[in-house]
Design a protein around this ligand. Sequence first.
Ligand SMILES: C[S@@+](CC[C@H](N)C(=O)[O-])C[C@H]1O[C@@H](n2cnc3c(N)ncnc32)[C@H](O)[C@@H]1O
Length: 278
Amino acid sequence: MVKLDGESSHISFEEIEEIIVLLKQVSGFDLSGYTRSSLKRRMERIMGLDNMDFIDLKNALTNVSGFQTYLMHEITVNVTEMFRDPEFYHELNSSVISYLRTFPRVKVWSAGCSSGEEAYSLAILLSENKLYDRSFIYGTDVNSAIIETARKGIFPLQKIKTYTENFNRFNGESSFGHYYTVKYDMAIMSNILRKNILFSTHNLATDAVFNEFQLITCRNVLIYFDLDLQHRVFQLLYDSLSPFGFLCLGTKESLIKHDIKDKFRVVSRKYNIYQKIK
Ligand SMILES: C[S@@+](CC[C@H](N)C(=O)[O-])C[C@H]1O[C@@H](n2cnc3c(N)ncnc32)[C@H](O)[C@@H]1O
């Protein structure tokens, strides 16, 4: 039967459960803690783009080489930018940097860093505050392809316009141009920033603590997780923080629904910045 464009790109919640089980069987990747509304949106998008129905999707998952990775990458939303929410960076600068100065070494974890813009933004923030020489940043993400992009640190020049505007809103005094060089239509992040950043894969849903940090950002990641998975991730982030270390969430994410909130002090309710106190 000929399928018309978009005709079949509907998936029911029961079918989503089948895909979750199948993906875990064939690749080990477990989507069971992701919100069903976001899984539905993403799966229907893939089905629409590839003009697939549910049976095609199942077939591709089991028979088409590389499709599991493609599906997994499409489902984990990678939208990001440098100095995303400039006011958040402004708040971080005014409320957290002075505490970070009191630590002899500053270890930072950008968890769910996508293509690295968040990690580079943190490197610039620390650099502007003359703290970068004694800092080290780990950028991690579940998506290995996006981590490769982060490692390269090369971004399309057309994105740099927005990143520069964001930077200027967070810090009107210095120049963003200082942190990259231009080659053709790409911006290459400076070696001064890259020398203290390590990018690697890490799955917040299954992997363990790997270091102790004075600052962790996990922004715009937990919105895709259900409450149980959020609970697991908050425990992991708590266990990864040094005493009096800081945790930063996205603007739509909060600790409020989780008992672990009692182990933190709220530094900024508006920007979801917390400090471990117990
Ligand atoms: C919307 S991006 C946010 C990027 C950046 N933190 C920001 O706020 O701009 C969400 C990122 O979370 C990552 N992610 C999704 N599930 C994950 C998991 N289980 N473990 C680690 N990263 C995950 C995705 O691959 C994606 O790069």
